[in-house]
Design a protein around this ligand. Structure first.
Ligand SMILES: [Zn+2]
Length: 81
């Protein structure tokens, strides 16, 4: 695996959560699966074509989280190309 791949991020199309590609590959390897799967929602479709991300640390207090209807903490892609 090259260094460039390690630093690449992808977003789950279904829930918008952002993951490191290497992280998803690691999970797939552990599950002996060839498909990358979102650990949160189980979605199998990902895109690297997103422009902005938000980090929600406290969804209860975050105005951004309320606006985007995000109820759990995490890093989310907010604008798609
Ligand atoms: Zn997901």
């Amino acid at each position: 695996m090259s260094y460039r791949w390690k630093s690449k991020f992808v977003a789950c199309v279904q829930c918008g959560r952002v993951y490191r590609l290497s992280e998803l590959k690691e999970i797939a390897k552990k599950e002996k699966s060839k498909m990358l799967k979102c650990p949160y929602c189980g979605g199998t479709e990902f895109t690297s074509d997103f422009e902005n991300v938000v980090l929600i640390a406290d969804p209860q207090k975050s105005i951004v989280a309320k606006k985007l209807k995000i109820t759990t903490e995490g890093i989310f892609a907010v604008s798609w190309k």
